[in-house]
Design a protein around this ligand. Structure first.
Ligand code: UGA
Length: 429
């Protein structure tokens, strides 16, 4: 099929590339000229495991191309996906101006029947607004359908999530676009659920909020574990063996971050408020998440007492592993809080150092994770990168002025660390 994706961020670029990989012909549109230039030259504006090879392969096979022109994208395809950002506004609501602008641009360029699919995460009832906007701005009065098709990919695992989805959600107002949407997704062999548009839009916010709730739940249990002398990793393992609960997203830590959970929670609370429901449960999820960071900073200051004049090594800057994304990263927030207390920082991240440099000045960026501890008073783990588990802990212990580690992601075995002579403080253990 011929498909167009408008917006080449994490969702748009990975979706477009994976659509091409399964045989569709895909045009990716972005109004950022610099980004399109990078992509046309074979580069990638983001790091995502496996993506670079797939982009190269599909560009070479003539199934994937990039352009600045929405009109070109609309003309070339019958199914047009909107995957532009929906950033938060200061009051927690969603800035819909990118979606609205793209809807107008599509309307202005349409000369034949089109299926306009919203992939961005949007408030319930956005589909109605998009349809209304297209109707208003389409001069030629051609027919079209609006579809909601939320995306559930995780950064760092985006290609895998896209190629092997748990489910495909298709929200429609009539049956007309369903066959074409099924055809788009047929190669992925995933279960497809067809709903009305409002339900599809709600599925996305309800899913992300539930996952955030799951993390805050285990973080609250971690607080109990610390007070009661229990081990949250064992509690999570025991809970997770119940199929109804599941072990995933039960990792206690310094809280969730990234460009999705914090933003989507605020948006969902705001949307609920606008339609007359006070979603206090989700407000509590936010509160627990913020408190988790406070507790961790307190743990550090209680142990080191005064941070002014101390040097702390920090492993991790990305908001989670396998990504260079530092947007709303708990690791960055932690660094900022330690700096504010007067600490000097030596930091390392396998992928996110370049992006961090723009928002975290005044720290020393260290290329080798094993050298971060050199001359530090303590070492902190802030992101759950698997490769940090391979840290030469003996070398780090000797390089520190005191062998203190604050493990904000529970990467190391507490008993082993203590046996090796570490003063080891983790979360809920
Ligand atoms: C999330 C959802 O998982 C995706 O399904 C969704 O499509 C995406 O948002 C989106 O809306 O676009 P993502 O933000 O990429 O994906 O990252 P996650 O893997 O969900 O992690 C989010 C945060 O939760 C990270 O800071 C991570 O460290 C934290 N986390 C995750 C925990 O603290 N504990 C866990 O057990 C799991």
């Amino acid at each position: 099929m011929k498909l167009t994706i408008i917006g080449t961020g994490y969702v748009g670029l990975v979706t477009g590339t994976c659509f091409a990989e399964v045989g569709h012909h895909v045009v990716c549109v972005d109004n950022d000229a610099a980004k399109v230039k990078i992509l046309q030259a074979g580069g990638l504006p983001i790091y995502e495991p496996g993506l670079e090879d797939l982009v190269r392969k599909n560009v070479a096979a003539d199934r994937l191309s990039f352009t600045n022109s929405t009109a070109e994208g609309v003309e070339k395809s019958d199914v047009i996906f909107i995957a532009v950002p929906t950033p938060p506004q200061p009051d927690g609501s969603v800035d819909m101006s990118f979606i609205e602008r793209v809807a107008r641009e599509i309307a202005g360029a349409m000369t034949s029947y089109k299926i306009v699919v919203d992939k961005s995460t949007v408030p319930v009832k956005t589909g109605d607004q998009v349809a209304e906007t297209i109707k208003r701005y389409c001069k030629t009065k051609v027919e079209f359908d609006v579809v909601s098709n939320p995306e559930f990919l995780r950064e760092g695992f985006a290609v895998d999530d896209l190629m092997k989805p748990d489910r495909i959600v298709i929200g429609v107002r009539s049956q007309r676009p369903v066959a074409a949407m099924r055809q788009v997704y047929e190669p992925f062999n995933a279960p497809i659920i067809v709903t009305d548009i409002n339900s599809a839009e709600l599925i996305k916010h309800a899913s992300n909020s539930f996952l955030a709730l799951k993390i805050s739940y285990i973080n609250a249990i971690a607080v109990l574990c610390e007070a009661a002398g229990a081990n949250v990793s064992e509690v999570a393992a025991g809970m997770g063996m119940d199929e109804r609960i599941g072990r995933r997203f039960l990792n206690a830590g310094i809280g969730f971050g990234g460009s999705c959970f914090p933003k989507d929670l605020s948006a969902f609370i705001k949307i609920a408020e606008q339609i007359g429901y006070d979603f206090r449960l989700l407000k509590e999820v936010q509160r627990i998440n913020a408190e988790q960071m406070d507790r961790f900073v307190k743990k550090i200051t209680e142990t080191l007492w005064v941070l002014k004049g101390k040097t702390i090594g920090v492993l991790g800057l990305a908001f989670k592993q396998n990504t260079d994304d530092v947007r709303s990263s708990p690791a960055i927030e932690l660094c900022q809080r330690l700096l504010k207390e007067g600490a000097t920082l030596r930091v390392h991240d396998p992928k996110a150092m370049d992006k961090a440099k723009a928002i975290l000045p005044g720290v020393t960026y260290v290329d080798d994770m094993n050298a971060v501890a050199d001359g530090c008073d303590a070492l902190v783990v802030a992101t759950e990168w698997d490769e940090f588990k391979k840290l030469d802990t003996d070398r780090a212990r000797k390089a520190l002025t005191h062998p203190i580690m604050f493990d904000g992601r529970n990467l190391f075995d507490a008993a082993e660390m203590e046996a090796a002579g570490w003063i080891y403080k983790s979360i809920g253990r």
